[in-house]
Design a protein around this ligand. Structure first.
Ligand SMILES: Nc1ncnc2c1ncn2[C@@H]1O[C@H](COP(=O)(O)OP(=O)(O)OP(=O)(O)O)[C@@H](O)[C@H]1O
Ligand SMILES: [Zn+2]
Length: 710
């Protein structure tokens, strides 16, 4: 039943205050499972423009809504409630200019594509504080914003910022970007450039151009905290301009302020993470997506959108250029470029003649195997590290696993530190003597003896960054060793402090997870070593090799950025499989060869970008609940004519099947055409809401379109 419109007592007697009002549609946060997907009809004044924020009643509560576009004329009069049964809208937030038609079309598209209700998505991407303010309070906030901006205008920056002369290649790339911007409907562009080839300078120039034309620029980055340098470079280049950031680390008040500044057209530059793709920008002129291949552009809960893909759609909608930058583009983007749908712009040389590090594939099979000897730090690697120390150069040791050891183990009874709530081990963290589950977060003190047999000799198995740091300290006495991972950077500002210690040369050997791989412009690193990267070669996850290749290229790209040292820069890969095609391409820095071999595997396996996937996940109190729901859902799907030609795989447990005592199952759907998949889902998914009510042990289900991990 349409709860929003249950006529309240007395409502039929039309209030004279609403005389002459008309039918308006309003997007409200009605979650999908209530069965209301589109905007709802209300009564509103004649002059209420689409995009205005209004208070409306929804069921028994009041909520914020957005006036959407004119309600469609219903096909039959029965489809719409008669006007005298519609509820009138409440107060409007008039202080705020309406959200633009382009913004509403972006939301319409995203909601339809990711199978969410438009109101739920639209309200979720607005700053949360907007819901709590009335028009008067909002006016006060706007006044404060005016004051702050007037104060900033007081000391205008007069000195023009320094900017380097472009290299020949950069000049050509920039000319290509300019040509793109001049087209009436610019296609998206892939800026494919080696690490350290000066991509950022191209973003800066392109931004300058757009700003000069009075347009706004949106720059998306994967994780803002990991790239303080990029932010600093934009801030330095555009001193005197209004730059705001949008990401989840802001306080609610900051987020509202920054959002307002963008919405009012005052912020000229918006730098943000994936959620910023939904920023309201009335004069958008350019979108940049840095490190476009990065998995963090994909939202992992709620509406699981890809900010990269939505950025491309937004560019198309608003006819503005979208620059996708990467040294190792996602295979989706690469394939678009190969097919000519995206324009490709290449930067093939490092700035200042810096060379890419020489890649050494270190064959672990050649090591003498002795029990108890650590293989993470092979003798030749330690020698190489010592050499750097003697020369006063820096090294980076990369291991994508935090903690001390992934598991504690008793070799008498074979006890392992399993998480009681998840199908995963608890990771041993030595620093605070805890066992912690990285899936559900549960943590406990390390037991003194084996909880199962009492053996006091329980030992860590395997190695994380914490242990690696300890082993390095033993092997390299006197070396200044630092570690950067999610554990050492929990406190606000600690990452920045640690990064600047590296930049200032206060660190000899840096140990870290993928956090150290991202765009840091370290100048003194001449050796990068990946000590144990093989795991991804044989993963079930078809994207694992792609991620490993880009991670290694990216982390290797931290070495040799200073031309003077580039010649002796090395990337070491300790591997049991030196002949593997992935490593062979890596050794030649040959992304193209890697991409082409991956793409041919994907063609034959029927995987993206040649097929389109959707994943339905179900979580239940029991395995049966989750599994049976998906089986019933599949049976319903089979009845639909639209399922013809689609592949519906049988439900299977997720890779980590149990998290926090919840059993997780998933079911994959594969289609040759995007449109076909979309039409099928639109028809099928609504029936799952009803189905859920019949499966009592089912906690929730969700759909993930274009899932990153399957
Ligand atoms: N034309 C230029 N002249 C001199 N220095 C430049 C020029 N362009 C860029 N640089 C400098 O070269 C270094 C590398 O450039 P930049 O960081 O833009 O590369 P990138 O391709 O973005 O690298 P990554 O992908 O590794 O982040 C930076 O220190 C930058 O300031
Ligand atoms: Zn757990």
């Amino acid at each position: 039943m349409d709860l929003a419109h249950v006529p309240q007592e007395g409502q039929q007697d039309r209030d004279p205050a609403t005389a002459g009002w008309r039918r308006v549609s309003v997007a409200v946060d009605a979650p999908q499972h209530s069965g209301l997907t589109g905007p709802l009809d209300y009564l509103g004044p004649q002059d209420l423009s689409p995009g205005t924020l209004v208070q409306v009643g929804l069921g028994r509560r009041d909520t914020l809504g957005i006036v959407w576009d004119d309600p469609p004329t219903p096909e039959s009069p029965d489809d719409a409630l008669p006007e005298d049964q519609l509820r009138p809208v409440g107060a409007a937030l008039d202080a705020l200019p309406p959200l633009s038609a382009a913004w509403r079309r972006l939301l319409d598209f995203a909601a339809a594509y990711y199978q969410r209700s438009v109101g739920e998505l639209a309200l979720a991407v607005l700053p949360p504080q907007l819901r709590d303010l009335d028009d008067t309070q909002l006016r006060a906030r706007l006044k404060k914003l005016d004051k702050a901006e007037a104060a900033a205008q007081q000391d205008p920056v007069t000195v023009a910022p320094e900017r380097p002369a472009l290299t020949g290649q950069q000049a050509a790339a920039f000319a290509a970007v300019q040509a793109l911007a001049a087209e009436p409907t610019p296609p998206p562009a892939l800026l494919w450039g080696l690490t350290g080839s000066g991509k950022t300078e191209i973003y800066l120039r392109a931004a300058e151009e757009a700003l000069a034309q009075g347009r706004q620029v949106l720059v998306l980055v994967p994780e803002i905290n990991l790239t303080p340098q990029l932010e600093a470079r934009f801030a330095a280049r555009f001193a005197g301009h209004t730059i705001v950031s949008l990401h989840s680390g802001l306080t609610p008040a900051q987020r509202l302020r920054h959002w307002l500044s963008a919405h009012l057209g005052r912020a000229q530059l918006v730098l943000g993470t994936r959620l910023a793709v939904f920023a309201s920008l009335p004069r958008l002129g350019l979108v940049v997506v840095d490190e476009e291949h990065d998995p963090s552009y994909k939202q992992q809960d709620g509406a699981r959108y890809s900010a990269r893909d939505l950025a491309v759609y937004r560019g198309h909608l608003e006819k503005v250029p979208v620059l996708l930058g990467s040294a190792t583009p996602s295979l989706e983007t690469w394939q678009h470029a190969l097919a000519g749908r995206y324009r490709r712009i290449d930067l093939t040389e490092r700035i200042g003649g810096g060379e890419l590090p020489k890649v050494r594939l270190f064959d672990m099979n050649r090591l003498e195997r002795k029990k108890g000897v650590t293989t993470a730090l092979s003798v030749p690697l330690l020698d190489a590290l010592r050499k750097r120390l003697e020369r006063g150069e820096q090294s980076l040791v990369f291991l994508n696993r935090r903690g001390y050891a992934p598991v504690l183990h008793c070799d008498q009874c074979n006890w392992k530190s399993d998480c009681p709530h998840c199908s995963a081990h608890q990771v041993f963290h030595r620093e605070d003597r805890t066992l912690r589950c990285h899936h559900c977060g549960v943590s406990q003190r390390v037991p003194r003896a084996c909880p199962s047999c009492g053996n006091p000799d329980i030992a860590p198995l395997g190695r994380g960054t914490e242990r690696l740091e300890e082993q390095l300290a033993e092997a390299l006495p006197g070396a200044r060793i630092a570690r950067i991972d999610a554990d050492t950077t929990r406190l606000k500002g600690s990452l920045e402090a640690q990064l600047s210690a590296v930049h200032d040369g206060d660190v000899d050997v840096l140990v870290g997870t993928q956090m150290v791989a991202k765009g840091h412009d370290f100048r003194r690193i001449t050796l990068v070593a990946a000590v144990n990267p093989d795991g991804a070669l044989f993963s079930n996850d078809f994207r694992a090799p792609e991620r490993l290749f880009s991670l290694l290229m990216q982390v290797g790209g931290r070495a040799g950025r200073d031309a003077a040292q580039a010649a002796r820069s090395e990337l070491w890969v300790q591997t049991w499989y030196p002949e593997h095609a992935l490593y062979q391409s890596l050794q030649r820095h040959d992304y193209e060869a890697f991409a082409s071999s991956q793409l041919s595997e994907r063609v034959s396996a029927g995987l993206p970008p040649f097929a389109h996937l959707a994943l339905v996940r179900a979580e239940g109190r029991t395995v049966e609940a989750a599994k049976e729901f998906l089986e019933a859902a599949q049976a319903q799907a089979m009845e639909l004519p639209l399922a013809m030609g689609l592949l519906l795989y049988p439900p299977v447990p997720m890779a980590v099947a149990r998290v926090a005592n919840v059993e997780r199952y998933q079911m994959l759907i594969e289609a040759g055409h995007r449109g076909q998949l979309q039409r099928f889902l639109r028809e099928w998914l609504p029936s799952l809401h009803t189905l859920k009510r019949r499966h009592k042990g089912l906690l929730r289900w969700a759909v993930d379109i274009d899932p990153l991990v399957i």
